[in-house]
Design a protein around this ligand. Structure first.
Ligand code: ZN
Length: 247
């Protein structure tokens, strides 16, 4: 089985279309979506429509999906995120808002190998920022391979009997991480629509369960077009600017 894993699309239609076009020739059977379909970007309805039509094998909500659909208040958001999510709530059709509101929380088991979550397996809203966070998340995961999002940083941690480390120490992309049976893995496929690791290219991953490997990819997309859409909708300028920096 080959799974396409995507996360943190954030209503960036240009990035989403580019990722799907890049993933198609690589070949995959099913799609896993790790949450944050909306928020920040200018095309929340187009993204919801496309994901609904795609009908992913596994799909969980992110914090922006909760707030953007009215499930939760924007209390914990900073000023820019709050302004964007207010706009998102108003922009969403009633149908898409209702659909987003009904998305399940992670973690969600996909098969014997994989589970997905937005933030961590113990708290959908918690961030994995450092090694301690990663270890805690790996211990909470009920599958050897836990795919997560939320940080918008494409990264892979591993934990074997006596070693803990980064599978992504090499910054080359695409990068294939081989999964050995004795280790646990915590891998972020990267953000499709708002990367924050200094690389503005859209991120995604393909998990091949037969080959026991995960490959992470980055792909250039029309950033200027996504920026123009953000400004056109009157969203905060900084949301357009950060896309070019990948911050
Ligand atoms: Zn996000």
């Amino acid at each position: 089985m080959r799974y396409l894993a995507i996360s943190d699309i954030h209503a960036n239609l240009e990035a989403y279309e580019t990722v799907m076009a890049a993933a198609a020739p690589l070949g995959y059977d099913k799609v896993l979506v790790l949450g944050d379909l909306v928020g920040y970007g200018a095309d929340p309805n187009a993204i919801c429509d496309r994901i609904r039509a795609l009908n992913p094998h596994a799909l969980i909500r992110g914090n922006h999906d909760k707030v953007g659909s009215g499930v939760e208040s924007s209390e914990g958001f900073n000023a820019v995120a709050r302004s964007a999510i207010g706009w998102t709530y108003d922009a969403l059709t009633q149908s898409n808002r209702g659909w987003l509101a009904a998305l399940p929380a992670g973690p969600m088991a996909v098969d014997d190998l994989i589970e997905i979550c937005h933030g961590t397996p113990f708290d959908e809203d918690a961030y994995v920022f450092d090694d301690l966070d990663a270890l805690r998340a790996m211990h909470a995961a009920r599958r050897p391979l836990c795919l997560f999002g939320h940080t918008h940083v494409q990264v892979g941690h591993y934990l074997s009997r006596d070693q803990f480390g980064l599978s992504t120490a090499d910054d080359q992309r695409p990068l294939t991480i081989s999964l050995d049976d004795a280790s646990r893995y915590l891998i972020n496929p990267g953000s499709v629509g708002q990367p924050r690791d200094g690389d503005p290219r859209a991120g995604f991953a393909i998990v091949d369960t037969a080959a026991r490997e995960v490959t992470i990819y980055r792909v250039e997309y029309p950033v200027a077009k996504a920026q123009a859409r953000i400004l056109e909708e009157g969203l905060p300028d900084v949301l357009a600017q950060r896309l070019a920096q990948g911050r």
